[in-house]
Every structure is written in C-alpha cells, then in structure tokens.
Design a protein around this ligand. Structure first.
Ligand SMILES: [Zn+2]
Ligand SMILES: [Zn+2]
Length: 167
C-alpha cells in the first residue's frame, strides 16, 4: 500500500488527489474480520504551511451475519479519516488525526487503514434496512419464505364466535 509522494513534494502543487484500489496484505487481519482484501481509497493530500495532510475516504467490504435473519451477506462500509504525514512519530501526539510516517518520500497506508477499518466496523448490521428476520416460532427466514405460524394464532374472543357459527 505504498504511495510515493516525491513528485508532489517537489512540485509547486498544493493538492494531489489519489483514487486507487489498495490491497491489505495482512492475511490474519483479513481472515479475522472476514474482509475482502481490496479497499477503495480516495484521498486528497495537501500542503498546509509546513505540514502535509491527508483527507481520505475508504470503502471496504466484508462478510457479515445479519443481526435479524442470521444470513451471511457482503457488507460495505464507508469510513473517513484525516491524517498528518510526519517524518518522525510523535509519542505524545493526542489529536484525533492519524499520524503516518513518511520514509524515502513514500507512505505505507496499510497500518492506518487497518486501524480505520477496525474502528469503523459496526457491532451489528442488517442485510437490508427492512429485513423481516426469522419467524420466532418456526425459524423460517421471512425474507425468502412464508410460514403460517401467525395465521394459527386465534384471538380467544374469536374462538367464542366460532362456536356460535357452528350451531
Ligand atoms: Zn437479514
Ligand atoms: Zn413460522
């Protein structure tokens, strides 16, 4: 996930946009989070006084279990982050922005992006906002199937009516 900033740093340009697909190499991280290794990255680097800053947006995809119907589905998450590019990490750095180390005019986005993925992954997700879930009685997935559990619930008041009818 290396991005070479040399050209940009040597130029008079104040802004550089980078739109790219990046690949997470950490297999263990990918597996643990059921993550697709390709990340859509859209970043804007800009020079401000003596600093180099990055505003970025990523889209990542992972396999999630729906909290309502328990089916697996591919979830897409969009996350934004801001970073400051530094040539030396600051131990007592406390701002919200991420620090990214520059080395030989290159930055490696793997660690910062893993951090953003880790922090933005939701605890719970639904396959779709109107997921119907599963029937609490028979366990059928109500998005794809129909059951008659509800039809069999008879209001006790109607039960009485029924006896009247049968006379
Ligand atoms: Zn669902
Ligand atoms: Zn049912």
């Amino acid at each position: 996930m290396l991005i070479n900033l040399k050209k940009f740093l040597l130029s008079d340009d104040l802004v550089m946009n980078v739109d790219d697909r990046l690949t997470i190499m950490d297999e263990e991280f990918l597996e643990k989070n059921k993550l697709k290794k390709e990340i859509e990255f859209s970043g804007r680097f800009f020079k401000v006084e003596k600093s180099l800053l990055l505003n970025a947006k990523i889209n990542y995809f992972y396999s999630e279990t729906c909290a309502r119907c328990l089916e697996e589905f591919e979830n897409k998450i969009t996350a934004n982050f801001n970073a400051i590019i530094v040539d030396k990490l600051n131990d007592d750095y406390e701002a919200e922005d991420i620090e990214i180390l520059i080395k030989d005019s290159c930055i490696d986005l793997e660690e910062p992006i893993k951090q953003v993925v880790y922090l933005s992954m939701p605890m719970k997700a639904l396959c779709k906002t109107d997921c119907k879930g599963i029937c609490p009685k028979c366990g059928i997935n109500l998005n794809t199937d129909k059951c008659e559990c509800n039809d069999f619930v008879i209001d006790p008041r109607l039960e009485k009516l029924k006896t009247l009818l049968s006379d």
